[in-house]
Design a protein around this ligand. Sequence first.
Ligand code: NAI
Length: 720
Amino acid sequence: MINYSVDGEGIATLEWDLPGRSQNVLNEQSMAAFAEAAQKALADPAVKGIVVASAKADFIAGGDLDMLLKATDAQVLSANLGGWHRLLRTLETTGKPVAAALNGNTLGGGLEVALACHYRVASDNPKARFGFPEVTLGLLPGAGGTQRAPRLMGIQPALLLLTEGKRIKAAEAQKLGLIHAVVPAGSEREAARAWVIEAATKNAVPGRDGKPGKTLQPWDQKGFKVPGGGVMTPAGMQTFMAGNAMLREKTQGNYPAPKHILSCVFEGLQTDIDTGLKSETRYFVNLVLSPEAKNMIRSLFFFMQEANKLAGRPQDVPTQKYTRIGILGAGMMGAGITHAAATAGLQVVLLDTSVEAAERGKAYSAKLLEKRVAKSQLSQDGAAAVLARIHPTTDYADLAGCELVVEAVFEDRALKAEVTKKTEAVISADAIFASNTSTLPITGLAEASARPANFIGLHFFSPAERMPLVEIILGAQTAPATLARAMDFVKAIGKTPIVVNDARGFYTSRVFGTYLSEGMALLQEGVAPALIENAGRIAGMPVGPLALADEVSLELVHKIAKQTRADLGDTYVPRAADQVAALMVEKLKRLGKKGGQGFYDFPANARKHLWAGLAEHFPVRPEQPSLDQVIERLMLIQSIETVRCLEEGVLSSPRDADVGAILGWGYPPFRGGPIGQIHTMGVANFIAACDRLAEQCGDRFRPIESLRKKSAEGSQFFSI
Ligand code: NAI
C-alpha cells in the first residue's frame, strides 16, 4: 500500500499506492501501512528527510466512506483516530523535514496528511482540486484539518473552506497559504525532494545553542501567532459571531457538521494543537455516528454513485453512443435540454413551428454561454463550438439521423400525437422517441407511436440545463433495450436518472405534490400561514409549501386536481387542498407567482410577502399546533406517499426514491430522503406516528399493510 524507498542522499519516499483501487483512500489498512513506513523512516538514522507522494493520478481522495458509514463504536473510532493524530504529530515534530508532492486531487484526509508535512508542493495540474469536502457529507476533517488549516491560513479563510467544502485549484490554494509552491506537472516530486535536501542540510548546521536545528511547523515554533489574529481578538470574535449567525440562517440548525467545525476552531485555537486535536476527535466521532452523516453518506455518496453508474440498467444491451439528437419545441424546457446536450458534445436539431421560435431556443444557449465566457469559465472558441452544434429548424426532414428525439412541445395530447407521427416518419426504426411530458401518462402518449417499444418518458426538471435529475418513465410497452439506451443518453448529458413506472404524477410530482397539499390543508384548518411556511423551511425544504404552490402556479395545481377528479370519478378522495386551490383560482383569481398574486403578494419593487387577505379567507384558529407538529405532517406525508409508490411498483428501489427526492425537489439530504426519514425514525416509530396522524388528520396518513409487515418482521429499508 505504501511503497518505501530511500535514495542515495538519504531521502525516503513514502508512496501511497492502494492495490486494486483507482484512488488512494484512508482506511484502517492504508493508515496502518503508512504509519509503519513513516515510523521506519523516522527511526532510521540514515534517512535525512521524507517525501510523501502518490503512485496514482491523484494524491489521496480522502477517508474511506464505506468504513465511516459502517462505523458504530465511538471508542474504537476515537482510539484509531488518536493513533493517527499521534503519528502525524510525530511526523511533524521529530525534526526530520517532510514534504508532500501533490500530483493531483488532494482532498479531505489527503489534504490533512499533506498539512502535517512541513512543505507542500503541488503539480500545475488543471484537474487537481484541494479542499475539505467532509462537510458536504455531514462530517468534519477529523485528522487535524480543523486545527492545522486555521493555524496556517488564518481563522476566517479556513472557516470558509472547512464549512463550505469548496474544492479549489492549486493556484488559489497557494494564494491562501495552504500549499507552498506550484510547479510544472511531473516535477512536483523532484521539487519536494529538493526542498527536503535543503532543509536537511540547513538544519544540520548547529543553532546558537550548539544543537542541530529542527524543521518545525509554524505552530510548534516559539511565539507562534494565528495569522490574522486568534479567537479572542476583535477580528476573531467578529468572525465567530457573524459566522454562527450566517450558519444558523443557512442550515436552520439541521446540519451539525458546520456547527461542530466552528466549535473545533473556536475551542482548538484557544489552546495548544494537541489539546485542539483531542477536541476535534470528540466532535468528529459525534458526527460519524450521527443520523445526519449516515443519511448523507448513504444518499449523497453511495446512492448517487450507484444511480450515476446506471444501477438497474437492463444488462446485455450494448452501451449506446450518442452523436446527434433532436428536440421538438424550443420553449423553456426544449431550450434547456438543448443546452445540456450541446454542452455535452452532441449535435442537436432543435425544431419549432417557426424559425424565430427555434432561433430563440438557440439564443437561450448563447446567453448562458456568454455568461460563462464573461466569468472566464469558458473560452470564446469553446462557446462557439457549442453553438455550432445547435441546428434550429422547422423542417422535420432535418431530424433524419437522430439517435433519439425528445419531445417538449405544449402539454397537449393531440399535439404530442401529431409531432410523434411526423417525427417517426423521418427517424430510423431503432431511434428512441422520448416525451418530456410532466403529467400525461406515457402509455397513452405511446398510442400515437408506430413503435411503442421505442417510446419512453424522459421527465426533465426546470431549469433543465441546471437540474441534475431525469425521471425516466416506462410505458406499458417500452422495451428494456429502450430503457437501457435512454439511461445511456441521460448519462451522456451528465445527468442522474431514476426509473419509474407509468402512473399518475409519476414519482416526483406525486410525492412533491403531497407537500404542497399538506401545506394547503393546514391553511384550511386555520393554522397560521407564517407557521406553515417557516415549518417547511425549518424542516429543511428549500421553500415553504405555500410559496412553492405559488411558484408551480396555483392554476396548475387546480387544473391537475380537476383533471384527476375527472379521471378517477367515484374513486377520487377529495382533499382540503382542492377546496383551497379552487377558492384561490376561481373565486379570488390569485393564480400564483406568474400572475403576480397567489398566497403571496409579489410587489414589483419589494420582497414578496404573505397576502394579508389570507386572514379573511382562512381565519387563524386560536390554538395553534406546535412547530414540530407542523413539520411532522409536512415531512411524513411525503414518506408515506413514497412508500405507496414503492408498494404500487411506481418505484422499484428505495435508492431511486431518495435520489429522486433530493435532486428533484430539494428534499433535505440530512434526512436521507423520504425513505431515509423512515429509516432514521425506525419503521415501528414511523408507523406509530402515522397512525396517530391518521386519527387526527385523515386516512392519507394511514400506513399500508406492507409497512406494518416490515415492522412486524423487524426488517428495515437499509442495513445501515
Ligand atoms: P413552453 O411553452 O415554454 O414551450 C413549448 C414550445 O413548443 C414552444 O416554443 C412552442 O412554440 C413549441 N411548439 C408548439 N407546438 C409545436 C409543434 N407542433 N412543433 C414544434 N414545436 C412546437 O413549454 P415548456 O414549459 O417548455 O414545456 C414543454 C413540455 O415540457 C410540456 O409537455 C411540459 O408539460 C413539460 N415540462 C415542463 C416543465 C416546466 O417546468 N415547465 C417541467 C417538466 C416538463
